[in-house]
Design a protein around this ligand. Structure first.
Ligand SMILES: Cc1cc2nc3c(=O)[nH]c(=O)nc-3n(C[C@H](O)[C@H](O)[C@H](O)COP(=O)(O)OP(=O)(O)OC[C@H]3O[C@@H](n4cnc5c(N)ncnc54)[C@H](O)[C@@H]3O)c2cc1C
Length: 396
């Protein structure tokens, strides 16, 4: 019997590859009828890149990613305030990569199909419920076939809810789990063909009052940009949060129309993007427990976080590797999932909290920014020496 993973996002696909590498049979069910290269830029921190390299994906990753060299904080006239080296330049043994999310997902999907088999990922199949109480050695998972509308039972050794921000597995485990929490910030995102800036591998972060721009190259001559504008005080989200919701240039451009960095044409970036996506910056309160018995959560389903510290996908990758290491022994699935949760739940809750602190901080002097970035690294498990010295999570 296989371990069934709900969701073929970054976390679910990495979990499938990690379980396979650990000798555990796995399969994925994905709600979308077709896996299309959705999203724009995403960052993989060295702790996640290490795991993907150890899964044998180093060359493929290097081919699609840009190895980030530095984060540059500056004002809206382009004056540099603080520079933080990143990845290998910071002393890590592994790079940080900026990639297109859709291209990363496609890379992982191809590897899953090649290694686990062409049928390892079933699309158009949504997990709608489960029942782990009947039998001791398996969980019954209810899967909706979106083409026929039929709901089938399938049995698995374990169910991993890697089904993202609106996780059905999480909702079933935590029916009173609380709402999405909005930071009060609206985010617009896009990717534009544009000339490289600074080192060509720099990420720039510019804040002016309630508006902030983050921009970085993602390969293929594209610059990924994220514009954030504070609209209200933090509180429960009343509207919808969807990663792929279309945004409008007219809503975002007025906040950035007169920004002149000199070496980066900000209005040109925004107007040149083929597609603009809009997303409210949301997270959820960390859970006191994730799973129960043979069911657990992974990635955004377990710990949705503000997309500000480059940790959303990175933490999902580490979750996947720890999960596989714990499930590798043939016996004792509930105990293995409990060990996984013990290792990952508090660690990822700390990242959720650090992302909140990071985005609320008013820091803007070089000293304040140095302190802020050091604290963020230390509280999110990114200490250079610790990561460089830590044993591999691979189990064979
Ligand atoms: C379409 C999309 C676009 C995104 N774009 C960006 C971006 O541009 N920048 C960024 O920083 N982050 C983006 N993200 C979020 C980012 O991918 C995650 O924060 C991070 O990678 C953690 O991944 P995850 O695997 O936990 O969740 P996700 O990557 O969100 O994957 C969850 C997967 O589960 C599937 N799913 C949902 N419900 C069910 C169900 N009941 N049964 C089976 N499958 C289900 C979803 O279709 C999805 O494929 C995007 C996510 C999505 C889904």
């Amino acid at each position: 019997m296989t371990v069934l993973i709900a969701g073929a996002g970054i976390g679910g696909l990495t979990a499938a590859l990690s379980l396979h590498a650990a000798g555990v049979e796995a399969a994925v069910v994905e709600s979308a009828r077709e896996i299309r290269p959705l999203g724009v830029g995403i960052n993989l921190l060295p702790h996640a890149v290490r795991e993907l390299i150890e899964l044998g994906l180093g060359d493929e990753l290097a081919a699609i990613g840009v190895a980030t060299a530095e984060n540059v904080y500056c004002d809206r006239s382009g004056r540099r305030i603080f520079t933080e080296p990143r990845g290998v330049a910071q002393g890590y043994r592994w790079p940080q990569y900026s990639v297109h999310r859709g291209e990363l997902q496609r890379l992982l999907l191809a590897a899953v199909r090649e290694r686990l088999g062409a049928d390892a990922v079933r699309t158009g199949a949504r997990v709608v419920g489960f029942d782990g109480s009947g039998a001791r050695d398996r969980v019954r998972v209810r899967v909706l076939d979106r083409a026929t509308g039929a709901v089938e039972d399938t049995y698995a050794r374990a169910l991993i809810g890697a089904d993202g921000l609106h996780s059905a597995v999480r909702a079933a485990l935590h029916p009173r789990g609380g709402p999405l929490l909005w930071s009060g910030i609206r985010m617009w995102r896009g990717a534009t063909r544009a000339e490289p800036f600074l080192t060509g591998r720099s990420m720039v972060i510019v804040r002016d009052g309630d508006a902030e721009l983050v921009a970085y190259p993602i390969g293929g001559g594209r610059i990924n940009w994220v514009c954030q504008v504070r609209m209200s005080e933090p509180g429960p989200l009343t509207g919808e949060a969807a990663w792929n919701r279309a945004g409008r240039l007219a809503d975002v451009l007025p906040y950035f129309a007169d920004w002149r960095l000199g070496w980066l044409d900000v209005p040109g970036l925004l107007t040149g993007s083929g597609e603009i996506l809009e997303y409210p910056m949301v997270d959820r309160e960390p859970l006191p427990r994730w799973g129960s018995g043979r069911v657990t959560l992974l990635g955004d389903a377990a710990h949705p976080m503000y997309p500000v510290g480059a940790n959303g996908a990175s933490q999902a990758v580490v979750d996947a590797r720890v999960l596989a290491r714990e499930l590798a022994p043939a016996e004792g699935v509930p105990a293995a999932l409990a060990r996984y949760e013990t290792e990952r739940r508090e660690a990822t809750a700390a990242v959720v909290r650090a992302n909140r602190a990071m985005h609320r901080a008013g820091a803007r002097t070089p000293e304040e920014l140095a302190r802020l970035t050091d604290t963020y690294r230390d509280t999110t498990g990114g200490d250079v020496r610790t990561l460089n010295a830590r044993a591999s999570l691979s189990c064979r």
